[in-house]
Design a protein around this ligand. Structure first.
Ligand code: FE2
Ligand code: FE2
Length: 386
């Protein structure tokens, strides 16, 4: 069996049949039940022995915000304008639109109105996946409260549960009241969330959620915040990012300690989990649900996207890994198991995925204080009042 058959359950990274074999068939059901594979752990050691986590906990308590009163929901949002801004930089839509009409182009019969519909659908789909990811974070962090054996981490994680509830609340409200409703969860994202919840090892929840899913979200929110001119969405993203920076820092601080005590075989398990999560997130951005809804040959479209030769397509994919790769490096996961003449296992995988160039980008262990926009707004308000 090849590496990808063992870890991903398909022939190769870009095997379209394997990618599409992951489907979400129960899109009409309201509840999704998934087994939680972990035990709940009490600790009787209440001593505050982890000062870095303690500082993060204090920061989280001071920088809570209220979705109801800190955002102005009366702002009129133009959904078409938001959709156009958000997709204007999407390299795949531009590429697909530039292809010559013909038998091998599933969008041959499309005119302006179909492309217009696609832009709106794509935007709702993308924000909806962040909504579902936020619910994943809510559930995963509640799981961490139960499973992590350290009191400082249980304290901090409890603040993240509140943060994530607020994030689910704001994305759901924005989609519902401003964009016309949400899309079902992407099949690859749901599979990843199920895998994280099913794992019995407490550190795997952190690796899957705080490092991988939230690392990607932080990079994507930063990008979306930069390009949108919608006042409500801009502030919403600014405040959500303030929280997310703490969450990624929580993952880095906790896992540094946990990994420093692990054997190389245990670290290899973590490397494989990180690789699998990275691939699931890359697959998610193929947006198969949108192409299904648009009624075109999904297989063919995904094949075209994977073959997109434009350099900006690769750049966009890479950008999503801007936080994940340096954080994996900081945790020692890139190079764990490296020997003379052999690179670290995860370094090789990230090279294959063409995302390794981020390895020395700023990691997120300490930057959360700089990213606290809530604290900055409050300081500015109190200066203005005095
Ligand atoms: Fe969040
Ligand atoms: Fe988060």
């Amino acid at each position: 069996m090849t590496l990808d058959e063992t870890i991903l359950g398909r022939r190769s990274l870009d095997d379209v049949e394997g990618i599409l074999a992951v489907t979400n068939t129960d899109t009409d059901s309201v509840a999704h039940v998934t087994p939680n594979g972990a035990d709940t752990v009490f600790t009787w050691d209440y001593s505050r022995s982890r000062p870095a986590l303690g500082r993060l906990y204090e920061k989280a308590k001071a920088s809570q915000w209220n979705a109801e009163t800190d955002l102005d929901w009366s702002i009129d949002v133009d959904p078409d304008k938001v959709a156009h801004e958000m997709t204007a930089t999407d390299p795949n839509i531009a590429y697909l639109r530039s292809l010559p009409k013909g038998l091998s182009n599933p969008m041959s019969s499309w005119g302006d109105s179909e492309w217009e519909t696609l832009v709106g659908e794509f935007n709702r789909w993308r924000l909806s996946q962040f909504l579902h990811g936020e619910q994943g974070a809510l559930v995963c962090t509640a799981k961490i409260v139960e499973t992590v054996p350290w009191i400082d981490a249980k304290y901090y994680a409890s603040t993240q549960v509140m943060d994530e509830a607020r994030h689910v609340e704001v994305f759901a409200r924005y989609l519902d009241t401003k964009l016309g409703g949400e899309y079902p969860v992407n099949a690859h994202l749901r599979m990843l969330l199920d895998d994280i919840i099913a794992d019995s090892r407490w550190d795997m929840t952190y690796l899957g959620m705080q490092i991988m899913v939230e690392g990607l979200a932080l990079a994507a929110f930063g990008f979306m915040h930069m390009i949108t001119t919608d006042e409500l969405l801009k502030k919403l993203l600014r405040y959500v990012m303030s929280d997310e920076a703490r969450h990624v820092a929580f993952g880095v601080l906790s896992l540094q300690e946990a990994y420093s005590q692990m054997t190389s075989a245990e670290l290899r398990d973590r490397q494989e989990f990180a690789y699998e999560a990275a691939v699931r997130m890359r697959d998610r951005f193929l947006a198969q649900e949108v192409w299904e809804r648009m009624g075109v040959d999904v297989r063919r479209v995904i094949q075209l996207i994977l073959e997109n030769p434009r350099p900006e397509a690769d750049l966009f994919r890479q950008l999503l890994f801007a936080k994940i790769v340096p954080n994996c490096k900081k945790l020692g996961l890139l190079d764990a198991g490296a020997t003379n003449g052999h690179k670290g296992w995860l370094r090789e995988r990230f090279e294959e995925m063409n995302v390794i160039q981020w390895e020395d980008h700023a990691d997120t262990g300490e930057e959360y204080a700089d990213l606290d926009e809530v604290a900055k707004d409050r300081a500015a308000a109190s200066t203005a009042a005095s």
